[in-house]
Design a protein around this ligand. Structure first.
Ligand SMILES: Nc1ncnc2c1ncn2[C@@H]1O[C@H](COP(=O)(O)OP(=O)(O)OP(=O)(O)O)[C@@H](O)[C@H]1O
Ligand SMILES: [Mg+2]
Length: 179
């Protein structure tokens, strides 16, 4: 099971309460399992931002998210680095966007984000830090490679979905964030 390391609540003046929790995973399967748990709880429409360096596990997490959202054929989920976007059909449309290669405004127009971002289905954005459109993600996950197969996942959930962090914690959970 992913190890639940910290859990806390932060507040920003403009965006209300954000619930933050950091998990450690020790295999791609564990990262995918975290994605499944989050995917099952996501409202529709919603946006998930995935942040983190090359190879940190964003696509692996996206595969779990898609599974949690009811996608059957997970072999469809690959890094849309060249296409910029893959669309899958789970219980709702899943827009899997990868902004790594995004060069300019014209690329943004190619993706056609305004057609669905925050208004239809679930949009998962790899390299979410490159998003130039203001968006209130339901969940943002910052992944980092801690060496070997260890990854830390810093998960920020909006107030609306803060409950999902509690479901993520393993049985030895400490200090669920409920303030
Ligand atoms: N705990 C772990 N969680 C996720 N992936 C892991 C873990 N341990 C090892 N890995 C490996 O790290 C790699 C993560 O690749 P993945 O494509 O998911 O990363 P990414 O962040 O999407 O990369 P990119 O920025 O190139 O799109 C895979 O080869 C996976 O097997
Ligand atoms: Mg990727």
């Amino acid at each position: 099971m992913p190890h639940h390391r910290t859990s806390r609540l932060t507040r920003t003046a403009s965006k209300g309460a954000k619930h933050v929790s950091t998990l450690i995973t020790r295999s791609p399967g564990e990262t995918q399992a975290v994605g499944i748990c989050i995917g099952r709880k996501l409202p529709v429409p919603s946006v998930v931002l995935l942040l983190g360096a090359l190879g940190s596990g964003k696509t692996t997490l996206a595969r779990g998210l898609a599974e949690g959202l009811g996608l059957r054929d997970l072999s469809l989920v690959s890094s849309p680095s060249f296409a910029l976007i893959n669309i899958y059909q789970g219980n709702c449309p899943i827009y899997h966007v990868d902004l790594y290669r995004l060069a300019d405004r014209r690329d943004f127009d190619t993706v056609g984000l305004e057609e669905f971002l925050g208004s239809r289905g679930v949009t998962i954005v790899e390299w979410g830090e490159k998003l130039q459109t203001p968006v209130e993600p339901a969940v943002a996950v910052e992944l980092s490679d801690e060496g070997d197969d260890v990854r830390s996942l810093r998960i920020t959930a909006s107030h609306e979905v803060s409950d999902l962090l509690r479901h993520l914690s393993s049985p030895d959970k400490r200090g669920a964030d409920s303030e």
